[in-house]
Design a binder for this molecule. Structure first.
Ligand code: ARG
Ligand code: ASP
Length: 718
């Protein structure tokens, strides 16, 4: 009987461990065969790991691209058509928009290849192969080295390794650290630089619900846009040329018209940016208590200023739309993060985990000598970090939101490059960046931002020694920041793009004396920050990085029963999980799908966020969904348990056979803390149903020539 019970109990615990790890994790595609394939199949996957990642023949990975380095995209036709999110293509769409040709407001559809619009600076990167190079990168590294000594050995090893890597002339490579620097992988890549805009729905579809609905479920956004990769005549990467031709991919995704049901297997393939799943409880506590609140408070004010101007001026709305969305996006996420971490008792959970870690360490003399004081050492360093981290957040948030400082920063670069060999390059780059900045700049908005944010910077850090210049300005303006801002903007030229850009070279000579008020203030803020904060902060951060690296290794040594995945670092990953609803709070249950009916429920005529194009309303009335509807309804978005983060936007959601069923673009509010502490009960990723994308392309935009390029399949009707 006891023996039986033991078996049952063992079975029970194994089950708990597998369930707990079923949906969490962002896995390296080349390790799926070893680490995940079995579990993926048990969860419903019908293909093999070799269909996902294979360096000898086309596999799913060959259809996935890093889109511009900040999002993910996927190839969905044999002519290089790429699908990504509307918010990923937003800058490209915005750059081609004017008051008359407002593609943000009205959408854009190229009717043929000739109408597809090139985008300067936009690129997509394919991953050719991934190799473990840990041993070679860490040769010569010893435990007694300082962080900078260690880094310089590693940098040298990496440089040598990159040079000796076998690759084609048009390929490139890079090396990244994993598990906090305990492992290193090399990525051989192919980057295509001629990427043209093919189509985008109007914002009222592609960004339906805007900031009110952002990070929220139930969601009704058709967050997609389409691009096409162009290659040289040999199908190899080439700089933009009108002679380039549509790229013929090694692999393009088939698209399922059958949708998903609760419990279906899904996986998301893409380039997640950054997670921090293995932090000490003290770090999580600091995020919730200090860092997130500081950043939120500053952005509260910045957003209120920009929003007021955008609402009353259409030009400002176009100029500031992208900036506003960016500032608001993280601002809202941090609020969800605080809620989620608090609600799931993340700090307490980490503490329990640490207690178990310490217990195990204490039973093993070798571990004890290596790792015995690790947790308390980390805690001490986080205490030192706290005030410095707060100052860093004030500085970064305030300085980056006031754009005159961004302009001053370019002149500061020029001043610093004086007499050096990189001077001409620096001037040229500054000119380019300033053109971009000024295109989306309004001095009145900026002056108001200066008034509001400098007031916080000055008054809310009473114990900080800030630059003298600020004290003088404060006195001259009698502590009234509207006056201080007015005085300041009157004594600089940098807010006047015409003055600066019309005879740029002359201005450069004149301004690089450094005697413009904005340049002066920027330089003293910068040096004050360096002395007061960043020098100390860097030392503490180095120490924490070192301890954290050891802690990461220690967790892997001590919790042998656990399969660890590395934190996201903008490299290619696969995450998988079943389609599943959730319970956000007592007595409320969320379904997996939303429908066009929900779009109509939210519809507010003429509203900035919830307007619905007339054509959609007509299609809805007629229930004219073509082959894309399901049981008389038009699916719009769905959720699943895939562990995703920023950078996964635009990632394909694939079904059990590897067909495209959705386009990842967000996470649900309650679970945005998945970057720090994934919790399967409330963490959900949000995807647009691919049938909604096709419905918009075909029925709304009439771009059926694009549909004809695609391979549509019915896996459930086999
Ligand atoms: N929250 C999503 C992500 O982090 C979508 C952001 C774009 N949408 C928006 N309304 N700002 O990027
Ligand atoms: N919306 C995010 C992105 O742009 C995805 C996420 O954070 O879930 O990558």
């Amino acid at each position: 009987m006891i023996k039986y019970l033991k078996h049952i109990l063992v079975g029970f615990f194994v089950l708990i461990i597998t369930i707990a790890k079923a949906d969490e994790g962002m896995w390296l595609p080349q390790l799926l065969a070893k680490l995940n394939e079995k579990q993926m199949k048990s969860m419903g996957m019908k293909i093999s790991a070799a269909d996902i990642y294979n360096i000898n023949k086309g596999s799913l990975k060959d259809a996935i691209v890093s889109f511009g380095g900040f999002c993910t995209g996927e190839v969905i036709s044999s002519k290089g058509l790429v699908l990504t999110n509307h918010h990923c293509g937003f800058d490209a769409i915005q750059n081609h928009s004017t008051l008359d040709n407002n593609y943000i407001r009205d959408g854009f559809w190229a009717r043929n290849n000739g109408e597809e619009i090139p985008n300067k600076g936009l690129f997509v990167t394919f991953i050719v192969r991934i190799d473990d190079v840990s041993r070679k990168v860490l040769i010569g590294v010893t435990g007694s080295m300082s962080e900078s000594e260690r880094q310089s050995v590693i940098d040298k090893n990496i440089a040598a390794l990159r040079k000796e890597t076998k690759q084609e002339s048009y390929q490139d490579n890079f090396v990244r650290a994993f598990f906090e620097g305990n492992q290193y992988f090399l990525f051989v890549t192919e980057t295509y630089k001629d990427v043209r805009l093919v189509g985008a729905p109007p914002s009222s579809i592609g960004n339906f619900g805007k900031d009110t609905d952002n990070w929220m479920w139930p969601r009704h956004t058709g967050d997609f846009s389409m691009f096409r990769i162009y290659a040289g005549k040999d199908n190899k990467p080439a700089d933009y040329s009108p002679d380039n031709v549509p790229y013929k991919p090694k692999k393009s995704l088939s698209i399922s018209l059958d949708g998903v049901a609760e419990k279906d297997f899904t996986m998301v393939f893409g380039f997640p940016g950054r997670t921090m799943e293995y932090l000490h409880s003290a770090a999580v506590d600091q995020t919730v208590r200090v860092n997130d609140p500081v950043k939120i408070a500053i952005r509260d004010k910045a957003l209120a200023v920009i929003d007021a101007y955008m609402r009353k001026d259409e030009t400002i709305k176009i100029q500031y739309a992208s900036k506003y969305a960016g500032i608001s996006n993280a601002w809202k996420k941090w609020q969800g993060e605080i809620l989620g971490l608090t609600k799931t008792n993340a700090v307490e959970k980490k503490k329990a985990y640490e207690a178990e870690f310490q217990k195990r360490v204490n039973t093993n003399p070798i571990w004890k000598s290596h790792y015995g004081n690790l947790l308390s050492d980390i805690e001490i360093m986080y205490k030192e970090l706290e005030p410095l981290g707060r100052s860093r957040d004030y500085f970064n948030e305030v300085i980056s939101k006031i754009e005159i400082f961004k302009i001053a920063a370019q002149f500061n670069n020029i001043i610093n490059a004086k007499g050096k060999s990189n001077y001409d390059v620096t001037v040229a780059r500054a000119k380019e960046r300033l053109e971009d900045t000024y295109n989306e700049y309004n001095a009145e908005v900026d002056e108001k931002l200066f008034a509001v944010l400098m007031e916080m910077f000055y008054n809310d850090q009473p114990n900080e020694k800030l630059p003298n210049e600020l004290d003088i300005m404060y006195k001259e303006g009698d502590g009234n920041f509207s006056v201080i801002a007015r005085n300041f903007f009157q004594s600089t030229e940098l807010d006047n793009s015409e003055k600066i850009m019309t005879s740029f070279d002359k201005k450069v000579t004149q301004l690089s004396e450094g005697n413009d008020k904005a340049i002066e203030l920027f330089r003293s803020l910068l040096s004050n920050y360096s002395e007061r904060v960043s020098q100390k902060l860097n030392k503490v951060q180095d120490e924490i990085d070192k301890l954290q690296r050891t802690y990461m290794q220690a967790q892997m040594d001590v919790f042998k029963e656990k399969t660890f995945y590395p934190d996201a670092n903008s490299t290619m990953r696969v995450t998988y999980g079943n389609v599943k609803g959730y319970t956000p709070r007592d007595a409320v249950k969320y379904d997996i799908h939303t429908y066009l009916d929900g779009v109509m429920e939210k519809y507010k005529p003429g509203d900035y966020e919830f307007d619905v194009p007339e054509k959609i309303r007509t299609l809805y009335q007629k229930k004219d969904y073509g082959q894309y509807g399901q049981n008389g309804k038009m699916p719009v978005c769905f959720i699943a348990m895939n562990h995703t983060t920023g950078g996964n936007s635009g990632s394909p959601a694939l079904d059990a056979y590897g067909n495209l069923v959705g386009l990842n673009f967000d996470r649900a509010w309650e679970g945005t803390m998945s970057d720090i502490n994934y919790d399967p009960s409330i963490c959900r990723n949000i995807m647009v149903d691919i049938r909604y994308v096709l419905f918009i392309v075909d029925k709304y935009a009439g771009a059926d020539h694009l549909i004809k390029e695609m391979n549509l399949v019915h896996p459930k009707k086999k």
